[in-house]
Structure formats: C-alpha cells, structure tokens
Write a protein of this length. Sequence first.
Length: 685
Amino acid sequence: MAVLKCTICGGDIELMGDSSICVCQYCGSAITIPKDVDRKGNLYNRAVFLRQNNEFDKAVLNYEEILREDNFDAEAHWGLVLSKYGIEYVKDPNTGEYLPTCHRTQAQSILTDPDYLAAVEYSDEVAKTVIIDAAQQINVIQARILEISRKEPPYDIFICYKETDESGNRTRDSIFAQDLYFALQKNNYKVFFARKTLERKLGEEYEPIIYAALNSAKVMVVLGTKPEHFQSVWVRNEWSRFLRMANGTDKVIIPAYRDFSPYELPTELSNFQSQDMNKIGFMQDLTDGIERCLRKNKKTQPVANQGGYAAQNESRETLVKNGNTRLKIGNFDEAMADFERLKKNYPDEYMGWWGLILCKTKNLTIVPNDSSVLTTWFKYAKQLADDKTAADIEEKYVEYCRKIAEHNTIKEYDAVNENIKKQKEYINSLNSSIKTIKDSMVTREQSYLYQEKVDKESIQAHQKTLENSQKSLLKKQVTLLVWITALFISILSAIAFVNTENEVVLIFLIIFILVFIVAKVISPKGSMKKYKQGIAYAESNLENVALYLQTNKNNYQNEMNSFRQSIVEIQETIELSKAKIAACEKYLSLGRNKICDYCYAEECSVFGVEKDYDLYVKECRDYAYGKKEVVLNKIPSDMKPTDTGFGKKYEVGCAACGKNFFVDELTISKGACHCEYCGTQIKFH
C-alpha cells in the first residue's frame, strides 16, 4: 500500500482506492492525491519534505524533475506553486487549524501563476475545488503582504547573513553585518539589517518588510564566515529571491566571505565579484563599491529592460498611458509588456488586468486558444475598478463573451463528435470481443464433444473388459464344479466296480472319467483370484472414466455459462455506449445557435452575469457528457461496509467508467449518487 506525506502537516497517509483527494487523519485537511503514487511517491514525499523544511529551491528542482517526465501532472504543478511562493502551513494554537504562511511573496498573484492555472486545468473536478480553495486562501494572505509592503519606504541596501547558529547563539556573521550596517547608515543609506529592522516587529509582519526590502534594494551584501552559512535555509532563501528579482535589472549582489576560499561559495554566487573580509581596508572597499553601484543605479532609473522588468519607480500613470497608446496603434506585444509590468508593480490597478485582456484578444476581436485565463483576469479587473468603470468594461466583456461562446461551440461540436467517434470505435472493439468469445465457445464445444466421444469409447471398452472377465469367472466356476462332481462320482464308481465287477458300473466310471478330463481341458486358464482382480480393476476404471466424463461436462457447462455471461455484460456495455452516442447526437441536433446561447450564458455566469438559455439544452448536454446517465447498481443485502479509517463506507463501482469509489451509509440511504470520476448518476436498489 502506497504511503504519501501530507502536504499540510507532513503526516504519513496510507492511500486506499483511486480517489483524487483524501483527508489527512492527523490534521484533518483535505489534500490532493498525485497520479502514479506507487512509482513516483518517493519523489513527491521528498519534495514535500524539502518544502516543509523551507528548502524551497530544492523542492522546486524536485517538482521540475517530475514535470520533465509528465508535464500534465497537476499535483506537481501545484507543489511547484507552493514552493515558488514559499508556502508553509503552521498550526494555529487556538483553533488547531493549519494555516498557510508565505515566505516568498511575489508581485504576481498566485491566481495568475502559469503553474497554478496548469494545476487547475489538469485536475479532476474534485481535486480542482481543493486547489482553488487553497490558492484563494493564499491569495488573500499575499494581497495583505503586498498591501503592507507598499507602505514601507524603499531600501537601498539589503544585508543578508546568518543570525544564530544551531545552538541559538549569535554568529560572528551577525557581528560583522552589524558593523557594516552602522558604516552604511553613516552615509545616510536606507539599510535592511534583520537584527535592527525587524527588532520591534511581530513574526507575522516579517515577510511584508523582507519582501519590500528585497524588491526595492539596489544592492545586497551576502556575508558569511563559513561556506555552510551561505547555504543555510533562510540565508539562501533571501539571496536566491534577490537573484530572481535582479534578473535583467541594475540590482547588484556582493558576496563577502571570511576564513575560507571564495571557490567554496555557492555556484550561483561564484560569478559575482566577492570581497574578502580578512583584507585590510575591506570595509572601506565594500562601502565604496556599494556607493558606486547606487550612483550608477540612480542614473539609469527609471528605465525598463528588454526582458519586461521595470523599476518600481515607474509610475502607474505612465504604464497605463503607454499601454493604451500601444493598444491604439496595434502594437499588442509591447502593450502586453506594459500591462504585465503594471500588473506586477501595481496589482491593485484594474487597467493592468483589463489591458492584458485587450492585448491577448487584440482589442476584443479574436478568441485565443486558451481563453480560460481571460475570465479570471476580467474578474480581477471588475473587482478593482470603480462602479462606473466596472459597469463599462462588463458591458464590453459580456459582448465579447458571445465571440468566446461561438469559439467554444466549435470546440464543443469537435469534442462531442470525437466522443461519438470513440464510442463507435469502442463498440466495434466490443463486437470483436463478442466474436472472439463466440469463436472460443465453438472451439471449446468441439474440444468437449471430442473428449466426450473418447471417454464414451473408453467406457465401452472397460464395460466389455468387465463383461469378458465376469464370463470367464463364471465359466471357471462351472467347469470347476463339474470337474469336482465328476471326480467324486468316478471315485465312487471305481469303488463300486471293484466290489461288484458290474459292467454298468464300469461304464459309469468310464463316462465320468471322460467328463472329468473334458472339464479339466475346457476350464479357463488362470486362477479364480486372477479373474476377480481383473473384474475389480475393470470396475475401478469404469468408475474413474465415468467420473472424469461428468467432471469434464461440468467444467464445459461452467465455461460456456461464463462465456455467455461475458457476452451479456459486453452487450450491456454496447447498449450503454449506444445510449451515449444517441445522447451526443441528440445534443448536436439542437443546433449551433442553441448550444452557443448556452455557452454564452455559462461564460457570463462565471463573473456573475445571468443570461437566459433553453434549460433543455443543458439537460441534453448533461446526458451527452454522462452527468445525468442512469446506471443501476445493486447493493447485496449481506454486503459488509469497509472501515476506510474515516468511518465505515461501501465500495461501489461505476458501470460507465469501470472505476470504484467509496460512499457512506447516508449516501446509500438516499438511493443515488454521482461517480467521482465521470459524473455518471448511480442509483441503488
């Protein structure tokens, strides 16, 4: 049985059944179950272990390794999201509930992260609900962190170091970092130094300040007196985040080391010019180098690099103006870059989200292949805009939803026709299976009849042997009786002739001597014991052959019954597939206009706008997609519930998709449920 680590508390969970979610028995949290746990379970467990120990970079590498093998693995995408955002679940001492904390805040909302969107897309409906709920909870926390961080004044320098050792004592690194802090303050720089900056802050306020400092600082000094200090969890967490933020910008990172070789620095830092703290004049050289970097940075602000990153000082008004101008002239790629920066630096600005929609749809004129993200962006834009603007963009987007509906209608037709094609191919394969079974029945019948003929001939042979043995025994017994009788009479006649010398007596004597001789000659060879043994052997053989004949007949009848039952079950499946085809064809026969109206109403309902549509279309669609299909499933009266660890439940099977899942007694009492995998309705009786 596969064992999986709980992604919330780290407890061991023994998996039962094929459900895509389960409830952890230790923390009570609902968690999603990855695919192919038996083969890849160790990779998942290692990634979870690393993330829960705040080694987020290593966890990211583990999840990326899983995705290189299977990029459609929803659980790996979701684990990658949790690692990128540095999510750690901490138990609330008051409620006992495990709540997420964010150690790697990013400007981009988790709800727009590509890996989150992939996790949602590749999950089934049950797992999707769990992932969306968790992401929305994290998004609220992230928004609060960003709101607090925006109130923080910008920092010039970030000092990254290890504060305490494994025993909880202050490190030498901390002392050197403090000396650097005071030296930089004398030059009127805004410096982030955890020991002083976070001195009066509560633990939950650390992340907004750390994020603000990492985001705004132009220079980071990473210092340490031991190679392993650079690799400690929180030190690596800070400098690796700064490296990602520095990509394509003027941000500078300066490693400072003492009492070891620079070749022992982490590979990621080895390409930067480092400072040896043992050198005389180190502090002066370092402060001079920092000052040069900051002067250079001030000259280049605010300039956007070609990679799409803009300095934090680029105003939202400029970004909105530039984006709108490029939209008007049809320069959608550059406009997309403007709105991406606007969304990243000012996620509370509705125009960032609305602008992305306009760019991706080329001013609402085309429908991209992946249109699902558009509605998500629109919900954010509508939520952030004022009432008048929200009403205006809603009117435009509702009108655009008609184009999306027309696009989705084409995809709907393709999907349903593909389903019809697959069902027909499935029926053909099932008919082939029936033909194969019937051929097997003919072969088995011929084999049985031949064997039956051989067995009957064997019985006849043994019966003939038995009859011959019985006749020989009887002949032996008769001749023996005649022989004994003739012998006895001959003896008496001989005695009488000696006494009387009567010729008649002599004649009798001669006759019985002849009878005695004839009886001796015609008597069968062998003893009576031999003939009795022959009879017993023949009777035994006859009984064995008869028993084998009956056994062979029973086996034949059982096999033929099994063949017939298989044919019946396959024919039932064929009828089910035919019903699915009929449901699909009925749905398509409604026409593109009605289906488009339904798709339009569905698209609008996602962001709270209700549109009228024919309810019959939805009913036909549900039947076409198997959501309302009725499959009877008899629950035997003597069936015992299974203790799954979460209460007693019954294991039932879906006749539509063939998968098993558990339902509780309350569900059984209601008389029906839906399959967790394909949505088919299952009735119990």
